[in-house]
Design a protein around this ligand. Sequence first.
Ligand code: KIV
Length: 278
Amino acid sequence: MKDKKFTTASYQEAKSKGEKITMLTAYDYSSAKLIDEAGIDSILVGDSLGMVMLGYESTLQVTVDDIIHHTRAVARGTKRALLVADMPYLSYHISVEESIRNAGRMIQEGHAEAVKLEGGEEIINKVKAIVAAKIPVMGHLGLTPQSVNMMGGYKVQGKSEEQAKTILKDALLLQEAGAFAIVLECVPDRLARLISEKLTIPTIGIGAGKYCDGQVLVMHDLCGMYMDMRPKFVKQFAPLGEAMKEGCREYIKEVKSMDFPTEAHSFIIDDEILAKLY
Ligand code: KIV
């Protein structure tokens, strides 16, 4: 049923039934409301907001406060979808205690329903602690943008035997630690298929092929509203960026030619009142 609230249990149910899970990012009230009404299963307030909303070159400058600010807005527009907030760089790298506190802020102040963390074995103690604090955790493996400087750029991960083995091992560790789902970003499709088959929890792919249990895309990529970077895995479903530019060009033209605003867009005042003002 389309109106039934999507939860972490729905993620599991969808995997068991072989139904694909849909996820998109959103960073503001109006977009969240639109995609929630369109029937999206899950909304991610990704740290990609640093790039597509704030104009940073990477996600590394995004803070916990940035994510909370945007998550609160998205939460107001979200009724059905499961709302996941990204844990930004350094919010879960220092200590277990800080990780729980920051994840808790996402829930208490941001009104998120789950959090997402990038990484495998090296963050397993944090994942376990956050889950123990009753906060659902989504993992994120493969191309993990917060590690861009360590990876030497945004590159496909898991092509070599060593990398593929590490990603598979990390996925199993995350599942064991209590993650309810794992994002697989930029990994070969047959590796993603193998991982999806081995795991009992769902995989959500982005640049990981069609065999994942669900898919996620960055809203601004889907709508053609962020053109600074165009990864191969992006499909532009609605060219809203171009439509916005065209609308703006039309607006500029009509303001200059005085075709806008017309009487239909204006308010009236009585002739008598006006006459007294002259
Ligand atoms: O920040 C983000 O938007 C993400 C998705 C690309 C999965 O992590």
